[in-house]
Write a protein that binds this ligand. Structure first.
Ligand code: MLT
Length: 328
């Protein structure tokens, strides 16, 4: 007898088959290499942090994790790639504050930073350092501030694109000092740091995972930690608050995302792996050597990253608009 199924039954069977296939996929996840997208240029502070996290993921999951850097447009090139990737857990995004600020900076983003991503959890957080090219004509922080106020239009400030961490830090510094510098955007602060070391640009405010090694190597000149506290790695460098500058304290946190629609069992596996990474003593020690902290394990969860992103969208997006930055 040629038994045919009614459309309802067919739909139900198809749904069961699809859910079985997804569950089978999720159960043996990962069974091939994972790509971790870092949407800034290689060699920058984000790239350095991502490679530490990716290496730990690879060791824990027993599966290759490849870091790729589709950089450009303040991290939106790489973010778009992940937003459009197959939601199977094999393409992930490691990003920081620009995931929040880009919503305010671009009139028509090709993705929604909240709706088009599944948060996995926060990974790291870290302070920033204000540094200059060697030979910059200020012997200490007070003289640095006076020199900026007297020569602002002639001074160049590098950053990694509108809404990036280095751009935000540069904006805050200019705002609290009441100066307007000549901003030079790059595809990441890896190439920006090269120009700072080469003397092609005057200043850069960047994350410690990028700047501390160059300061220790005598390749750039530190002036201040961008906040209320000195950096443990550079105790001789003052905090900008020591010069009487208030209201300037920036800390940059990186989080891991998957495309919207990634099956929950896969997200659970990735979150569990991230929690092992942030509690791993070797990982914590490597990050601390760069001046970066792995987050407490309670932040390495989807709901914590979701809340962090919403807070950054609200606070930092507003700061950029107030600072007069015009959305693209
Ligand atoms: C930034 O926001 O400045 C980026 O972190 C720079 C980078 O990682 O290249």
């Amino acid at each position: 007898m040629n038994k045919t199924f009614s459309p309802t039954w067919r739909g139900l069977l198809a749904a069961c088959a699809c859910s079985f296939a997804m569950s089978a996929t999720a159960q043996d996840f990962p069974n091939r290499p994972i790509t971790m997208v870092m949407p800034y240029a290689p060699g920058g502070p984000g790239d350095v942090i991502t490679r530490v996290v990716a290496g730990a993921f690879q060791r824990i999951l027993g599966q290759q994790v490849v870091v790729e850097n589709p950089a450009g447009a303040s991290g939106t090139v790489g973010s778009t790639r992940v937003a459009r990737a197959k939601p199977d857990g094999y393409t992930l995004l490691m990003i920081h504050v620009s995931h929040a600020t880009n919503q305010a900076m671009f009139k028509s983003l090709p993705y929604d930073p909240v709706a088009d991503f599944e948060p996995i959890g926060s990974a790291t957080s870290g302070p920033m350092l204000i540094a200059a090219r060697n030979g910059f004509p200020a012997k200490d922080l007070p003289e640095f501030i006076s020199y900026l106020r007297a020569n602002a239009p002639k001074i160049s400030l590098a950053h990694a694109g509108v809404g990036s961490a280095s751009h935000l830090c540069g904006l805050m510094m200019q705002s609290v000092l009441g100066v307007k510098l000549n901003e030079i955007p790059y595809k990441g602060t890896g190439p920006a740091l090269n120009d700072l070391m080469g003397g092609q640009v005057d200043l850069l405010c960047d994350q410690t995972s990028g700047t501390v090694p160059s300061v220790k190597g005598g390749k750039i000149k530190p002036y201040a930690a961008a906040g209320r506290s000195r950096l443990p790695q550079l105790p001789e460098v003052p905090a900008i608050s020591e010069a009487g500058v208030q209201g300037f304290d920036i800390n940059i946190s990186f989080g891991l995302y998957a495309p919207k629609g990634t099956p929950k069992p896969v997200i659970d596996t990735l979150t569990a792996t991230l929690q092992k990474v942030v509690t791993d003593p070797d990982v914590r020690q490597r990050l601390e050597g760069m001046g970066v902290s792995a987050v407490p394990v309670e932040r390495a969860r989807p709901e914590a990253l979701r809340a962090h992103l919403r807070q950054e969208i609200e606070v930092l997006g507003g700061l950029l608009i107030k600072s007069g930055v015009k959305p693209d």
